[in-house]
Design a protein around this ligand. Structure first.
Ligand SMILES: Cc1ncc(C[n+]2csc(CCOP(=O)(O)OP(=O)(O)O)c2C)c(N)n1
Length: 345
């Protein structure tokens, strides 16, 4: 089945839009903000001012559309790919930069921010997100959890455990798969026989939907419905956003070794930021002067956040034990031993 799409690549709407124009304008601002962050972060990495950084160019609509379906009381559980989703949910840009600089302050989130750290061991975040959702139910809280996973992560055993548990207990969780076509150098077609990851949902007894992940409107609409189901006590949903990773896997990767160039050129035409802008322009809801003002505002916001991050990291670590003290609320024996070892270093 073709992924559900509301907006064609040239920006024309297939029919009445399921999302209000004001929400689409707000969405465009957030999508452009994510793109701006990603581009500046890659430049900083090339200048030696960030560590290894996993770009998300091409996946802005999938990440931002999903994150905007949440309210501030809901939890977002991201993978390393999802800085765009995290800053949309409220992670300060300064903190995101410190994280990708491997500074311990990059783990120090604002106290009310319902965001788990970026997960690198793939799929491990799925069971944790189900735990967050299940705990909310036990506590009588009204939050939902949205967890991101890639196509590669969906081939891990944790995926099965998380989806089955969540379905059995009708936990308020949204499984957001970004099928970006690649697990590093392995194309999706070489890691699974089925063509739609969302088809797996039926095996767990939950709804599954596949949307065009480069279409912000389709993603936001599907994610909103999934969050509403979760909050109405109807249990989990599997949403698959079919997108494309236009960038290398990380700043350490060279996709020229495994990817056909014409493929990427084809996908570049479908990329989500320009598509959303074309939609708004066709509705006379966005102008060149608004675009210029937005780009200037994004540049200023990022530059100020970078200056703040530089001020934190240029002073170094006041206490090297900060490297281990954030691991658990109460340090366990391993952390205590490490802190003892680091004392005075
Ligand atoms: C448990 C685990 N096994 C292997 C790896 C190495 N690894 C890092 S990224 C990656 C591919 C992930 O692909 P996907 O889930 O599609 O996410 P994407 O990188 O495309 O966002 C692998 C195998 C890992 N990080 N964790």
């Amino acid at each position: 089945m073709e992924p559900k799409s509301d907006v064609a690549v040239d920006g024309t709407a297939a029919g009445p839009l399921p999302v209000a124009v004001a929400d689409i304008v707000a969405g465009y601002r957030a999508v452009a903000r994510a793109r701006h962050f990603d581009e500046r972060a890659v430049t900083l990495q090339r200048q030696g001012r960030l560590g290894v950084y996993p770009q998300f160019r091409g996946q802005e609509a999938a990440q931002v559309g999903a994150a905007l379906a949440l309210s501030a009381t809901d939890w977002l559980v991201p993978t390393y790919r999802d800085t765009g989703a995290a800053i949309t949910h409220g992670l300060p840009i300064e903190t995101a930069l410190l994280y990708w600089r491997s500074h311990p302050s990059g783990w120090a989130y604002p106290p009310d921010l319902r965001l788990l750290p970026f997960y690198v061991p793939i799929a491990s975040q799925l069971t944790h997100a189900v735990g967050v959702a299940h705990a909310g139910k036990l506590l009588g809280a009204d939050w939902a959890a949205m967890v991101f996973v890639g196509d590669g992560g969906s081939s891990e055993g944790d995926f099965h455990e998380a989806l089955n548990f969540a379905a059995v207990y009708r936990d308020p969780v949204v499984f957001m798969v970004q099928n970006n076509g690649w697990a590093i150098s392995v194309p999706t077609a070489r890691q699974m026989r089925n063509t739609r990851i969302a088809d797996r949902a039926v095996g767990y007894g939950m709804p599954g939907v596949t949307v065009d992940g480069n279409d912000f409107v389709a993603v936001l609409d599907a994610a909103r419905q999934a969050v509403a189901r979760a909050k109405a006590g109807e249990g989990p949903t599997l949403v698959e956003a079919v997108t494309y990773r236009l960038a290398p896997h990380t700043t350490s990767d060279d996709p020229g070794r495994y990817r056909d160039k014409t493929d990427a050129a084809e996908e570049e035409r479908a990329e989500p930021v320009g598509r959303l802008r074309r939609l708004l322009e066709s509705k006379a809801a966005w102008s060149q002067s608004e675009e210029a003002a937005l780009q200037q505002q994004l540049a200023e916001e990022f530059t100020a956040a970078l200056a703040a991050a530089d001020a934190v990291s240029s002073t170094g670590l006041s206490d090297v034990r900060a490297l281990v003290e954030h691991v658990f609320a109460e340090p366990g024996p391993d952390q205590r031993a490490a802190m003892e070892y680091l004392r005075g270093k």
